[in-house]
Design a protein around this ligand. Structure first.
Ligand code: SF4
Length: 171
C-alpha cells in the first residue's frame, strides 16, 4: 500500500478519473462526512501510512509512479494537498513530478482553493483545478461544526477569482 496508484477504485467520486494517486495523504479539516478519514481509521488503520491516524504526510514511494496519455489522475483523494497545513515544499514536489508527464491529465480537488494562487506559476497546464463546495450556507458549516475547512463562500470567491482554463467545482 506504500506505492498506491489505484486504477480500480477511482470511480467512487468522479467517473472521468482513470486512477487515484496519493503523494500527499491525510487531512486536518476533519469534515464530519469524510469517507477518506473513515477508511484510514478503519480498513487501512494497520497500514504504515495511517498507523498514526489521518495526519498529513508526504509519501515518497509515490514519486516512483509514472503516467501516460489517457490517464486522468485524481491527485490526493485521501487528503487535501492544498490545505493551509500542507508545507509548500510538498506541493511543489508533487507539481514538479507531474510536470514530467505532459500527456496525462491531473485533477486536484481542495477545500482551500485560494492556495492555488500561491503556486499558480508552478502548476502544469495539464491540470484541472477543482474545489468542493458542499453548501451555499456558511452557517451550516460553522454552527454545526461540519468542517474546519475555509467557509464555502470563501471557496466560491477563490474559484471565481482563479484564472485557469480548466476548473471544476464539485457540489
Ligand atoms: S477536506 Fe476532504 S480529506 Fe479533508 S477531512 Fe474534509 S473531506 Fe476529508
Amino acid at each position: 500500500m506504500e506505492n498506491s496508484l489505484n486504477k480500480n477504485n477511482h470511480r467512487k467520486m468522479f467517473n472521468i478519473v482513470t486512477a487515484t494517486w496519493n503523494p500527499i495523504s491525510g487531512c486536518l479539516y476533519n469534515c464530519s462526512y469524510c469517507w477518506a478519514k473513515d477508511l484510514a481509521l478503519t480498513k487501512l488503520k494497520n497500514s504504515k501510512r495511517y498507523a498514526k491516524g489521518f495526519n498529513p504526510r508526504l509519501n515518497e514511494a509515490e514519486f516512483r509512479n509514472k503516467f501516460t496519455k489517457g490517464d486522468l489522475v485524481f491527485v490526493s483523494d485521501m487528503g487535501d494537498m492544498f490545505a493551509d497545513f500542507i508545507p509548500s515544499e510538498w506541493i511543489l514536489e508533487v507539481l514538479t513530478h507531474i510536470r514530467q508527464f505532459p500527456e496525462a491529465d491531473f485533477l486536484f480537488m481542495t477545500k482551500n482553493p485560494k492556495r492555488y494562487l500561491e503556486v499558480l506559476p508552478h502548476i502544469p497546464v495539464n491540470s484541472i483545478l477543482g474545489a468542493t463546495i458542499e453548501t451555499t450556507n456558511d452557517e451550516i458549516i460553522q454552527v454545526d461544526k461540519v468542517s474546519n475547512a475555509p467557509l464555502p463562500s470563501e471557496r466560491f470567491e477563490a474559484m471565481k477569482a482563479l484564472d485557469w482554463k480548466r476548473k471544476m467545482v464539485s457540489i
